[in-house]
Write a protein that binds this ligand. Structure first.
Ligand code: ADP
Ligand code: MG
Ligand code: MG
Length: 902
């Protein structure tokens, strides 16, 4: 039997179903599924992704069987619709050609509508439909779309003109009308002739008249678009493999542009910005396809007016939305067309949504009995939780400010930044400074703007509704989005935008509030998120905080499932309290050097001492400070374990480098400025990250380790005397061999024993080590002879494992990612194949020597979802990350545990 490359869908029989996404693409699989469950879907067929793969593997040729299968399927559509493609006697069948990858991809080919029209069929269409304007409107759209998309006449850069748009504008001017729906048939006829002439002029070829040739042109263009630049960029940003391929859908046309009882629309079955229940969306009368999202006319909002304007459709549509949600058990993002009061469904998919909408809808759906908590947990992208913790505009910050404009609140979040109009400019600014704060201001956005949107903090558009590209894609990226803000007037040429009677230039600061849709002049100060106001600031009551309530529900479910404990990296009592509020079960890393920076004078005296006695003396005041700081952290953690890392960075980081500062320091210490300068010079290293740091400091200057261990133990004893439980875990940084650790352990235990003997209290404490050198990983069995715990310092382990300096990799990392050499930034998400393998070795060897060894991670990766899942897999006991990433870690850990069960 030959391969099946074409899958039919229609009211009477449908080959595929919703589970066949890899083969049929998301759009095709869902069209099949909708047809199967009896929803009104125009008949059509899907050419599989295998054909795309074949196409690229075989010099852009199709498999031999394809032609016959496509033709047979086309006959199938004709039978269902009772119309024939290219019919010059009766109403002709028209079709659309639509791309459809496994996951919806905004970078793909635009859909071509009204395929099958030519100078003959258009006349029949006009005659038989009794609507000449409609027929010619379809035809001019078809030539325009086909020219743009299939014949590649799309403008190549922002300053390029689109010949079709220019001709259309000229025609509107000539006709004296504002919008294209007002153009009469005679003008549309002229336009078709002019469009075709433009095609001939630019491509040198005649516009194809044969309907089947038109279909094949569309199919070929879809497959070719798989490898275009914006599709590649999108796949890279979203981790979609390049070899998945796209499917092609060919589908009978239904018409939203056949008069005033016709419309085209897009909707979400629940709000994709907030997750609130109820359909939201836009529809536009007498329009076709993407008109509704293209910002040519302001669409109507379904939730406000459809029940009144189209009562029958509204009734059917609400019913279809409910059927779809119950069927897919998720928010659906649907596209539909209304032809003479009849609803046709053209697409459904799980809606892209903000972190807010993810959490709210998942929690609601559990409470509605639609899904289980497991499913709710599993489907929320853990990283999106950070959106719920981001600062907002409120209270004090907004005092005395009035908005200069208000648009649609399409992407929640508060963003402040400098105005840029061109995505290229935005990207260039960001390239120079990754911390640049940018607000991209545009009429509307398109897939070409992706790179510019990615580097912006917020996006403001003057047209386009709640379902516009800016809204959907911007908020999916986690950006604050205000769209459809038609009171702001943008002038791209002068690079200005005016609002409330004032003009703002490129580079001026504005602020946009994606919760309310308000736009403000200048930089508006932010306030903590609702979640933090409840949990940490305690300035908001939970019952007044709906976002918090959903968040907390999700977290409590996650905590029920996860096996990994979560800890925080926190250096101060303030951070410790924040961490507990966000669910920390301990501290995985307290960096003592932060404390030294607060007492830098004394610390510098210690560094400058050139004999043991002087150093000893200089350490005395430091001991007191450290002890006090540790006590603060212990008290805040109230019995939870606290890992404290001994001094780690090279001493050079602490000394003054300017002559003036050196002189001042010399005066203070009563030494010559030459001596200070000399010591600073002595401490300089070519490669400080591989220099005299970590345990190497404590080995050469054991009195530093002794002081720190003493401070920790005295702090623990003091806290315990106040009846607070305390479990210090003293951590030695950077050993590469067992002997280094053993040396330091000896110093620590001796100091500890002394304190405990003096005080008569022995806290439950541990001595363990950071694992952050490859050598430590492969000799972990030996290190574990003395170390009671390991904590993976994956920042340094990545630096030393890959031989890449985190401080200098900016010059080539982008290149590496563009070339797909690194799938991700190894300092953000763990290189599981390399660094992860080293960790596995260390886990295995460590456990062999000490089966109950406590294992954790305290590198940046401890808050990255993929890395957290890896840590779960290799059997760590906990992950530790910065306090604000704790919810992400809790959710990711639960996801890992649930995935195990399945
Ligand atoms: P995208 O993937 O960019 O959303 P689609 O293939 O969904 O592109 O097509 C965009 C729009 O074109 C649809 O939302 C719908 O309005 C219109 N469209 C596509 N196919 C048809 C059709 N067969 N009949 C009527 N309209 C169609
Ligand atoms: Mg689209
Ligand atoms: Mg679509």
């Amino acid at each position: 039997m030959s391969n099946k490359y074409v899958y039919f869908f229609g009211p009477d029989h449908t080959d595929g179903d919703g589970s066949m996404r890899p083969l049929l693409g998301g759009k095709g699989a869902n069209l099949a599924e909708m047809a199967k469950i009896g929803l009104p879907v125009p008949a059509g067929f899907t050419i599989t992704t295998e054909v795309c793969t074949y196409f690229y593997a075989n010099g852009q040729q199709y498999p031999q069987e394809l032609k016959a299968q496509v033709e047979e399927a086309m006959r199938g559509i004709e039978k269902v619709m009772g119309k024939k493609l290219g019919d010059t006697q009766e109403l002709p069948l028209l079709v659309s050609c639509r791309s459809g990858a496994r996951d919806s991809m905004p970078g793909m080919m635009d859909t071509v509508l009204n395929i099958g029209l030519n100078d003959k069929t258009v006349k029949v269409l006009a005659e038989k439909s009794g609507d000449e304007r409609f027929a010619w409107d379809c035809y001019r759209r078809f030539v325009q779309m086909y020219g743009r998309v299939v014949l590649d006449m799309k403008p190549k850069c922002k300053t390029d003109h689109c010949p079709f748009e220019d001709l259309l504008d000229a025609k509107k001017k000539k006709a004296g009308v504002e919008v294209d729906s007002e153009l009469k048939a005679e003008y549309l006829k002229e336009l078709v002739v002019e469009f075709k002439a433009a095609v001939k002029a630019q491509t040198g070829k005649d516009f194809p008249d044969d309907p089947m040739e038109q279909v094949w042109g569309g199919v070929g263009a879809v497959f070719s678009s798989w490898m275009n630049d914006r599709a590649i960029v999108y796949r890279r940003m979203n981790g979609i493999p390049h070899d998945w391929g796209t499917a092609v859908n060919v589908q009978a046309m239904v018409f939203g542009n056949m008069g005033e009882t016709c419309a085209t629309g897009v909707a979400f079955t629940r709000d994709g910005a907030t997750g609130a229940k109820g359909i939201v969306g836009d529809y536009l009368f007498n329009a076709q396809g993407e008109d509704v999202v293209a910002g040519i006319r302001m669409p109507h909002r379904i939730e406000y007016t459809m029940a009144e304007e189209l009562p029958h459709v509204w009734e059917e549509f609400s019913n279809v939305a409910m059927i779809l949600e119950n069927h897919y058990k998720d928010i659906q993002d649907v596209e539909f067309t209304i032809e003479n009061d009849k609803l046709w469904m053209l697409q459904t998919r799980n809606a892209k949504r903000t972190g807010f909408a993810h959490v709210r809808s998942a929690v609601d759906m559990v409470n509605e009995g639609l899904i289980t908590p497991e499913r709710a947990i599993s489907r929320i992208p853990a990283n999106d939780l950070t959106q719920l913790l981001q600062p907002v505009f409120s209270g004090e910050g907004l005092k005395g400010r009035t908005p200069i404009a208000k648009g649609i609140n399409a992407g929640p979040g508060a963003a402040t930044g400098q105005i840029y109009f061109q995505p290229d400019d935005a990207e260039a600014v960001w390239q120079k400074n990754n911390n640049a704060k940018i607000i991209l201001v545009r009429h509307e956005t398109t897939p070409e703007d992706l790179r510019g949107m990615k580097v912006s903090s917020g996006i403001l558009t003057s047209s386009g509704g709640a379902a516009s590209h800016a809204a959907l894609v911007g908020r999916q990226m986690g950006k604050a989005v205000v769209c459809g803000c038609d009171s702001v007037k943008i002038n791209y040429k002068n690079e200005t935008v005016s609002a409330a009677g004032k003009e703002y230039k490129k580079g001026d600061w504005i602020s946009i509030d994606g919760f309310t849709g308000n736009v403000y002049e200048g930089e508006v100060p932010t306030a903590p998120s609702e979640v933090l106001q409840v949990l940490f600031e305690k300035s908001l009551h939970p019952k007044d905080a709906p976002i918090y309530q959903c968040f907390q529900q999700l977290m409590s479910w996650s905590d029920r499932y996860r096996k990994l404990a979560v800890r925080a990296n926190a250096d101060t009592p303030y951070e410790a309290e924040q961490a507990i509020a966000l669910g920390a079960q301990g501290i995985g890393l307290t960096r003592t050097e932060h404390m030294f920076f607060n007492h830098i004078e004394e610390f510098r005296a210690m560094i400058l001492a050139d004999n043991v006695e002087d150093r000893q003396k200089a350490l005395e005041p430091l001991l007191k400070y450290q002890q006090r700081d540790f006590e603060g952290v212990f008290r805040a953690m109230n019995g939870r374990p606290v890992t404290i890392r001994l001094l780690d960075p090279p001493l050079h980081e602490f000394v003054p480098h300017e002559a003036k500062e050196q002189e001042a320091l010399a005066k203070k210490l009563g030494v010559t400025k030459e001596k200070v300068a000399q010591r600073v010079k002595d401490l300089a290293e070519f490669n400080p990250m591989l220099g005299h740091r970590g345990c190497r400091l404590g080995i050469v200057y054991p009195e530093i380790t002794r002081m720190q261990a003493t401070a920790i133990c005295r702090a623990a004893v003091n806290v315990m005397k106040d009846g607070i439980d305390c479990h210090p875990e003293i951590m030695v940084p950077l050993p590469g061999c067992a002997a280094e650790f053993k040396h330091q352990e000896g110093v620590i235990r001796e100091a500890a024993a002394k304190v405990f003997l003096e005080e008569g209290i022995t806290p439950d404490y541990m001595v363990g080590t950071m694992i952050e050198l490859p050598r430590a990983c492969v000799t972990a069995d030996k290190i574990a002879e003395n170390a009671e715990f390991f904590s993976f310092g994956t920042n340094d382990l990545t630096q030393t494992g890959l031989g890449i300096s985190r401080d200098d990799y900016g010059t080539y990392i982008n290149e590496y990612q563009e070339l797909d050499i690194f799938a991700a930034d190894p300092f953000q998400t763990l290189d599981q194949e390399g660094v992860g393998e080293l960790m596995k070795i260390a886990v295995e060897k460590g456990k062999k020597t000490r089966p109950d060894i406590k294992l954790g991670i305290c590198g940046e990766h401890g808050g990255d979802p993929a890395s957290v899942k890896f840590c779960h897999k290799i059997g760590l006991n906990y992950v530790s990350c910065s306090p604000l990433r704790l919810p992400v870690a809790r959710l990711a850990a639960a996801q890992a545990a649930i995935a195990d069960k399945q």
